[in-house]
Design a protein around this ligand. Structure first.
Ligand code: P6P
Length: 343
């Protein structure tokens, strides 16, 4: 039986605050707010099949997707908790067209995907809540300005996700590594279960919706062909894809793998959203020693122009993401040569 000390999330937060003289406790309060909200969400997620809380309201969100009741419920719980906590100035959410002002004196701006992978709710596949935290740029008490929420991912002060899976987990970073906490329902506490998570050096899991294959650009097609057919690949890759970003990312983070949601010929910017999916997952990937790009440049260096803008996403170990970028670069050059040759 392991003799590891039991460290609760609360003890961990206090320990980290002591190591950071500038800490005022405001950011810690936001983490506590999110924990409270997600424990309520978790309770509903765990009985989604039992009550009439799933199934589409019939409305559609800004993504043009059917809104499942649990998405709206999750957003409401998070917004209420952040508002009560008093530290959050404004929130950007996948479920809301515009930014929401919570506390005019709040120092932070929070981006959330309240329930990512919600199309999996009624088939009982793991789903998650993704969050990203920034300092506000405007003066406390001032009106919301674009500079408060259209910030590069590199400016994030914290990012993470809650995973409602076989167990409920919180995985997050404040810029000093990635740590994972597992909820012990018997005592209602998140306990430190994965200290200082880093990507395994070897990556042999790839996660992509191969159904989009015919719409992929040549570089990504050639990468997939290489890992599936080349004799140079010593250890065969495994395809694992549940269609829930948090679940796919989490498995690849622990076991070594790459998550791809590339741009396609009909949607060159891909499907996933920069501010509340791409940036937080990219910060986690980099903090865990990995890499996160849009196929050309680091996701975290993307200059946002619109709250719900999309980004292609390649998340995983440095070597694997670098290899994909090489394929993309080479085949872009070939395509350009062919196009120019035709002129
Ligand atoms: P597709 C879920 O809708 C989501 O936003 C991510 O969680 C997931 O990785 C992706 O979209 C799945 O998209 O096109 O493969 O169904």
């Amino acid at each position: 039986m392991g003799t590891h000390a039991i460290i609760t999330l609360e003890q961990f937060i206090i320990e980290k605050e002591k190591n950071n003289p500038q800490a005022t406790g405001s950011l810690s309060q936001i983490i506590r707010d999110l924990v409270l909200a997600t424990r309520i969400i978790n309770r509903e997620v765990n009985k989604a099949g039992l009550v009439d809380i799933i199934g589409a309201i019939g409305g559609t969100n800004i993504q043009g997707e059917e809104v499942q009741k649990l998405d709206v419920y999750a957003e409401r719980q998070i917004i209420d908790a952040l508002k009560r906590g008093g530290e959050t100035f404004a929130v950007g959410s996948e479920e809301s067209d515009d930014m929401l002002i919570l506390n005019p004196e709040g120092k932070y701006v929070v981006m959330i995907d309240p329930l990512d992978g919600s199309s999996n709710i009624d088939v009982n596949v793991s789903i998650g809540t993704i969050f990203s935290v920034y300092h506000r740029k405007s003066e406390d008490g001032a009106e919301l300005h674009e500079s408060d929420y259209l910030q590069k991912g590199r400016e994030q002060v914290a990012a993470g996700y809650f995973l409602y899976g076989t167990s409920t987990m919180l995985v997050y970073t404040t810029g000093h590594g990635v740590n994972g906490f597992t909820l012990d329902p018997s005592i209602g506490e998140f306990l430190l279960s994965h200290r200082d998570i880093t990507y395994p050096a070897k990556c042999n899991i790839y996660s992509i919706n191969e159904g989009n294959y015919r719409k992929l650009f040549e570089g990504v097609k050639q990468y997939l062909r290489f890992i599936k057919t080349s004799n140079e690949v010593k250890k065969p890759y495994t395809l694992r894809y549940v269609g829930s970003l948090v679940a796919d990312f989490h498995r690849n983070l622990l076991k070594g793998g790459i998550y791809l949601y590339p741009g396609t010929t009909d949607k060159p910017q891909g499907k996933l959203r920069l501010m509340y999916e791409g940036n937080p997952m990219a910060m986690l990937a980099e903090q865990a020693g990995g890499m996160a790009t849009n196929g050309y440049t680091d996701v975290l260096d993307t200059d946002p122009v619109e709250l719900h803008q999309r980004t292609p996403l390649f998340l995983g170990s440095k070597d694997e993401v670098t290899m994909i970028q090489e394929f993309i670069k080479v085949y872009d050059q070939i395509s350009n040569l062919v196009l120019n040759g035709r002129k």
